[in-house]
Write a protein that binds this ligand. Sequence first.
Ligand SMILES: Cc1cc2nc3c(=O)[nH]c(=O)nc-3n(C[C@H](O)[C@H](O)[C@H](O)COP(=O)(O)OP(=O)(O)OC[C@H]3O[C@@H](n4cnc5c(N)ncnc54)[C@H](O)[C@@H]3O)c2cc1C
Length: 549
Amino acid sequence: MAGHGFGQDEYDVVVLGTGAAGLTAAVRAAAAGARVGLFEKADTVGGTSAWSGGTVWLPNSRHEAEAGVRDSREEVLSYLLSLSHGLMERPLVEAYADTAPEVAAWLEDNTPVVFEVLAGMSDYHPEQPGGRREGRSLECPLFPFDELGEWADRVTVGWQLTGEFCMSESSLGRRAPNGLAPEELARRKVRDERGAGQALVGRLLRGCLDRGVVPRTGCRGVRLLTGEGGVTGVLVDGPDGPFEARARGGVVLAAGGFEHDAKLVRTFLRGPLERAVSVPTNTGDALRMAMRIGADLADMREAWWVATIDVEVPGRGRVPWQVNSERTRPHSIMVNDDGARFTNEAANYNALGNAFHVVDVARFAYVNHPAWLLLDHHFASRYGLAGFRPPAPVPGWLTTAATIGELAERIGVPAGALQATVDRWNAHAAAGNDPDFHRGESHHDRAWGDPAFGYTPQATIGPLDTPPFYATRVRCGALGTKGGPRTDANGRVLDVDGAVIGGLYAAGNAMGSIMGMTYGGHGGTLGPGLVFGYLAGGHAAERAAREMP
Ligand SMILES: Cc1cc2nc3c(=O)[nH]c(=O)nc-3n(C[C@H](O)[C@H](O)[C@H](O)COP(=O)(O)OP(=O)(O)OC[C@H]3O[C@@H](n4cnc5c(N)ncnc54)[C@H](O)[C@@H]3O)c2cc1C
């Protein structure tokens, strides 16, 4: 026992959080010979990463080359830096571009992680210099969860990813738009094969377990321990009370963002974040721990923004659903309370945050937030929404009307303005373009549209001309926040004077993101999470090996 009465465990590297960033840091450190303590606040492991699509944006990988896409460090740099708006730091972006291919290869060579190119998925701004239409987004093939033994039931499953979704690759939408055949579903059930974020987390977790890193759940890191040379460990609140996890090499903060802490959200974010779709345990613990010992902060105003609607799920009540295909496929638009369209609805979800955050200075109001999602019968009967699939009845929580005028009345927007908006949209849809907001011009918009139309504007543009019409509120949400302690290119946390805080690292959404306002491509949050988890875990293990103070 330590002098102050807490139990004490000794490690080379301590990792807080079992999302993809934490698992990557842990497996990398263990592979370098470190004794790793991996602590998770929740009772299950995997964090939001396990709820996710599991796609990772790792540009310039060997898979991209094998797929015949020519890429280079320089093009990755030009692409990202063209999206910086002065918020990205070149050395960190360079570290990312340099390390992403290595991480993809290292994980495949040293863990059960396997990647393949997410076919047909483009960068989120493919027309920018250095942008690509395909090849940089990777996903894991299905992973049989029976390989996890007792841990199979201890990986968190998000409600958006239950049932068939849980057993699907994230690319399934393009490969099998109407879902899986019953025989294939039955086959996948035999060994509990899971796709998307479950596959990524399952594979990383198996890699950790194989190297003797067993996560300890119900263990919340609460305070960093410091001594000469910096951070020496962390005080953990566990199921049997508090204890000290000592770390000779370092502590890696991979405990997610602060999106579920209302005060931190209000303090730091640049505009409304009303719905967080991440695990509820992401309450900014890492941020507070780092601030307490004088860490500098980075990218605090930003989040990985998403548009959300509230849906009613039996047994869960009203829960936020991130609306993607519901706004990128034909026969749907978004309008504000004035009944006007205000953006390219099919733009990438992160960029849409900018449209929601517009303030009309005359009215001093967020004029586009909350907004409305409008659909017609074509949309509802062809695609469904929020997990509902035709021929199941349209969900009762949608506002329904026989005419646009009646819909306007029901949702309280000016009927004349809404009718004019829909008429104008329908006229442009007939011509197959959107001169107002350029929907369907980017390859990105087409890639997120209805695959039946290929990569044409019609994949995302279609009229709202068939009753009944439907409406529901859209609110700005986030997959997670981006801000956290500022780091160097090895994931080492810097203090307010720019000096390295010895023994402290950050990765994933707990780290001040290197991406500024941007989302590079599908997998744009998990890609950096893996890269800086890898760098931090490797550096901390090396530090332990050198037995630095
Ligand atoms: C439906 C959905 C789909 C998505 N799809 C994608 C996608 O395809 N590609 C992509 O790049 N991104 C995607 N995202 C976003 C992505 O999931 C997150 O940005 C990413 O998982 C963050 O990873 P992380 O490791 O930083 O945090 P998380 O995976 O959230 O893990 C953080 C962990 O830390 C734990 N923790 C918190 N506090 C403490 C503490 N004090 N001590 C110990 N542990 C603590 C939490 O309980 C949690 O388990 C998606 C998100 C959602 C919701």
